[in-house]
Design a protein around this ligand. Sequence first.
Ligand SMILES: NC(=O)c1ccc[n+]([C@@H]2O[C@H](COP(=O)([O-])OP(=O)(O)OC[C@H]3O[C@@H](n4cnc5c(N)ncnc54)[C@H](OP(=O)(O)O)[C@@H]3O)[C@@H](O)[C@H]2O)c1
Length: 248
Amino acid sequence: MSNNIEGKVVVITGASSGMGEAAARHLAVQGASVVLGARRIERLQSLADELTNQGGKALAVETDVTDPNQVQRLVDEAVQTYGRVDVIINNAGLMPHSPLERLKIDDWNRMIDVNIKGVLYGIAAVIPYMKEQKGGHIINVSSVAGHKVRAGGVVYAATKHAVRVISEGLRQEVKPYNIRTTVISPGAVDTELPNSATEPDVAENLHKFYKEFAIPADSFARAVAFAMSQPEEVDINEILFRPTRQEL
Ligand SMILES: NC(=O)c1ccc[n+]([C@@H]2O[C@H](COP(=O)([O-])OP(=O)(O)OC[C@H]3O[C@@H](n4cnc5c(N)ncnc54)[C@H](OP(=O)(O)O)[C@@H]3O)[C@@H](O)[C@H]2O)c1
């Protein structure tokens, strides 16, 4: 019986670490062709080599998601290499938390550019292909912070709320083209995300919290696989998951 994953061409942004990397591994083993985008090309290339050596299909494409042309090239290369694009996982993101009064305007801008605009550029890059194919699946990564705002993480929460809003609007708009849409909102997952904090005290607290609470990144990979593996007429629109112990 088909798992509805085998043979699919899946573009993943932010595949050089954490949840993107875990999704790439999980989906490649199940027979998807994975097209990996991020800035750290050496890490992407070694992941692609490893997956290929294990009999999978993987392609690494250096991509900065703040540049719409680079995101378009990532998707174009997927189509040129594998003939189509079935799924995009708009996953690249960063979380340099800080109270607003610290005026970390560069961090705010980077979060807006990567977490919101990067997702929009991914959507823009696949829509023409998916309309023509009359099918596809766009998976966006929000967060528990897309549901709840907490002092000290306001701009990050704003970007993740935006991802949910964009995903729900997208869902309504692409119905006529038979495109599925899923927004996945994880709680604390053990990745390199706390390293993106630029304030030393915030970074220390984040690392402590993650050490205590975070669950492995394959939790995200399994959520992706669950949404993808449904029959094509079933559209899993939202998934919210947390560590069992995580209160907020
Ligand atoms: N871990 C959690 O607890 C958690 C919870 C909720 C939501 N999330 C979300 O999950 C997503 C993945 O994060 P993660 O937890 O897996 O953290 P991670 O290990 O730090 O991974 C982040 C990924 O994003 C990529 N990235 C950052 N800026 C980029 C840019 N300008 N262009 C292209 N790629 C870029 C990084 O690659 P390069 O540096 O190589 O470019 C990396 O592959 C993020 O959207 C994050 O907000 C995470």
